[in-house]
Design a protein around this ligand. Structure first.
Ligand code: FMN
Length: 283
């Protein structure tokens, strides 16, 4: 950080407080609730090459201390995102970090080539970690050689963009994947995506979600995210962006103390959209 600003790769962020990918949609939806211009960045909903409808059945379920989701990367697809959503965000004075789906290799390469043609793709976050889709996502992010391939292709094709690799906590050694991301050229690592969980309806005895498992986020996962960030910071030299369960200014301080260069707020936006601005004011 210099003068309150944060440098990751070639990108300068005005501060280290970002909206996490997903809960805030494309960011635009939060325009009436948050002064988006004040944020370090908005990480967009993950974008795939083609539009995606997401998963059937239940998608969100509150738990005692968190949220289970099985959204399944519903999004408008690259064409609509780059022609409509991204220009709108840029007009609002927002610093976007475009979250890219890590689907099958051919689709992924096409998505990167699409993104490389567009203006305004200064920084991307590779979603190597979604637990709610069959193709790509967590299956990619748990395999070290796939992580290396997806990150290195993003660096090759997006040339001048800053690349963050977003990792899954659903592995034995997350720091190892962070090291591989660094070796493959990532400018930073984001940790963590949601933790694999499930719920069962006590009356019917049936799993709540059609896909059985779902991703857990919110306060319940903060100790796991903090541990992951701590371990990654010890293992790599690139900036680490901490995300997972931050629901207070105090919580954000723990991530900075663990060595995070920036923090992202996700689930807390649903009930406390003022939190990111309070964290910025506390810096
Ligand atoms: C409803 C919902 C949708 C999400 N969608 C995405 C997504 O599209 N891409 C992604 O990388 N992470 C997604 N996430 C994960 C969050 O970005 C974040 O990594 C995770 O929820 C942990 O942070 P939190 O506890 O502050 O929410 C989603 C999370 C939720 C709750």
């Amino acid at each position: 950080m210099s003068g309150g600003k944060l440098h990751i790769g070639s990108t300068i962020f005005k501060n280290p407080v970002f909206l996490a990918s997903g809960p805030a949609g494309y960011g635009i939806e939060y325009g009436d609730l948050i002064n988006l211009e004040k944020l370090g960045a908005v990480v967009t909903k993950t974008i795939s090459l083609m539009p995606k409808e997401g998963n059937p059945g239940a998608r969100l379920k509150e738990t005692e201390s968190g949220l289970l989701n099985s959204v399944g990367l519903e999004n408008v697809g690259a064409r609509t995102f780059f022609s409509e959503k991204l220009p709108e965000l840029l007009d609002l004075g927002v610093k976007p970090v475009v979250s890219l789906a890590c689907e099958g290799r051919e689709k992924y390469l096409n998505l990167l080539e699409f993104a490389a043609e567009e203006d305004g793709v200064d920084a991307v976050e590779l979603n190597l970690s979604c637990p709610n889709v069959d193709e790509g996502g967590m299956a990619v992010g748990t395999d070290p050689e796939s992580v290396r391939w997806y990150v290195s292709k993003a660096k090759d094709i997006l040339e001048s963009s800053t690349v963050l690799a977003k990792l899954t906590p659903n592995v034995g050694n997350i720091a190892e994947l962070a090291v591989i991301s660094q070796e493959a050229g990532a400018d930073g690592v984001t940790a963590i995506n949601t933790i694999l969980g499930m719920d069962i309806d006590p009356v019917t005895g049936e799993p709540v979600f059609d896909r059985i498992t779902a991703g857990l986020s919110g306060p319940a996962i903060m100790p796991v995210a903090l541990r992951a960030v701590w371990q990654i910071v010890q293992a790599v030299d690139i900036p680490v962006v901490g995300v997972g369960g931050i629901s207070s200014v105090k919580g954000s301080r723990k991530f900075f103390a663990a060595g995070a260069s920036a923090v992202q707020i996700g689930t807390a936006l649903f009930y406390d959209p003022g939190l990111p601005e309070r964290i910025i004011d506390s810096l």
